[in-house]
Design a protein around this ligand. Structure first.
Ligand SMILES: NC(=O)c1ccc[n+]([C@@H]2O[C@H](COP(=O)([O-])OP(=O)(O)OC[C@H]3O[C@@H](n4cnc5c(N)ncnc54)[C@H](O)[C@@H]3O)[C@@H](O)[C@H]2O)c1
Length: 330
């Protein structure tokens, strides 16, 4: 099949590209390299089944052509990461909403199967875990910029489901909970690569807040497996489905585990949210998905542990940097 991956030079998108190429598909990636990296797909260049186009998904003429010729569309392009959202709120909203509108309108025109990733952020300040897909969504005031990401993604969801309702567009909305693994960059505030990298350099690990907040970290390989299955499962069309892991870990414990597994001598340092993101930043204490729906529709069950994730991320950093910079006793 011909498969279009927008944002395919990003973290999740590049793993999708690897997976789908290994299954014998022809892959086109369109990515403006705003948060993605050429190095994520460099190894695929030269493969006759792979094509990279460095351009924005907001180029409607090009998107029209790419979607018309594709059999499947994975729309992974998005402004991503809390830090980016706090620093560039206009770009965040525009990229997320306009980009998804361009993709969905063309997929509707040419009747293409399309995956729209959303995020656990849409559950906002909900406190009753595990979060189920049909739960109410509870976000904050519009002067708190972090909620712009959740609301723009929520609007993407509404638009996707509206296309399904009006014309039965074969679209799936995947709500990704923290998805981690090799190639994710710590640059935009992602916690696992930040912690592992600091631990490997024996530098202080910076925990935002008091570290009692918890998250569930899913390995990108498990999540990609689930995403690929959705577009081949018509029962998923018109559905919103959580993906990730439902094993909870506090940020303190994550830092300690990163230190243990890398044999690091790093200390843990605490920094207030205000200091990192400016005054009035709101964070959630817990975020746990219900994976019941993904399990029921797809047999989805994460198989990789937090230790697998930390080890895989550490291995990537080890391969990238000179051995002398890394912690001893690994
Ligand atoms: N990784 C996670 O934990 C997580 C959690 C929730 C949701 N998601 C969603 O999964 C998707 C992929 O996220 P990711 O973690 O791989 O992030 P990423 O930043 O690595 O990937 C996004 C990619 O989109 C590209 N991009 C951004 N704007 C673009 C534009 N206008 N045109 C073309 N390309 C553009 C970036 O360069 C990047 O390569 C996003 O929709 C994100 O919201 C990810």
């Amino acid at each position: 099949m011909k498969i279009l991956i927008t944002g395919g030079a990003g973290f999740v998108g590049s793993h999708l590209a690897d997976r789908l190429i290994s299954e014998g598909h022809e892959i086109t990636v369109i990515d403006d390299l705003s948060t993605g990296r050429y190095s994520n797909v460099e190894h695929l260049e030269g493969n006759s089944s792979f094509r990279l186009i460095i351009e924005t998904v907001l180029n409607q003429t090009l998107m029209e052509e790419l979607i018309r010729e594709a059999d499947r569309v994975y729309h992974m392009a998005s402004a991503v990461g809390v830090r980016l959202i706090m620093e560039q709120p206009v770009k965040t909203i525009e990229t997320i909403f306009h980009g998804t509108d361009v993709v969905l309108s063309r997929c509707a025109r040419y009747r293409k199967r399309v995956l729209i990733p959303s995020t656990s952020e849409v559950y906002g300040k909900g406190y009753s875990v595990p979060f189920r897909e049909e739960d109410d969504l509870l976000t904050g005031a519009t002067d708190k910029h972090r909620w712009a990401y959740a609301c723009a993604k929520t609007l993407d969801e509404f638009l996707a489901l509206a296309h399904f309702k009006e014309t039965r567009l074969p679209v799936v909305v995947a709500r990704l909970f923290n998805t981690v693994g090799p190639r994710q960059t710590g640059q935009y505030g992602m916690v696992v690569p930040r912690f592992v990298q600091a631990a490997m350099k024996n530098e202080p690990i910076e925990v935002h807040g008091d570290g009692t907040q918890s998250r569930c970290f899913g390995h990108v390989a498990d999540v990609v497996d689930g995403l690929v299955k959705t577009l081949e499962t018509p029962a998923c069309f018109g559905q919103v489905i959580n993906f990730g892991s439902d094993t909870e870990v506090s940020i303190n414990d994550l830092a300690k585990r990163a230190i243990e597994l890398t044999g690091s001598s790093s200390e843990i340092r605490y920094i207030s949210y205000d200091e990192v993101y400016g005054e009035g930043f709101e964070d959630m204490q817990r975020r746990v998905p219900s994976l019941e729906k993904a399990g029921r529709l797809l047999g989805y069950k994460p198989t990789r542990t937090l230790d697998d994730i930390i080890n895989d991320v550490a291995e990537e950093f080890r391969a990238e940097a000179p051995a002398s910079k890394h912690a001893q006793n690994q």
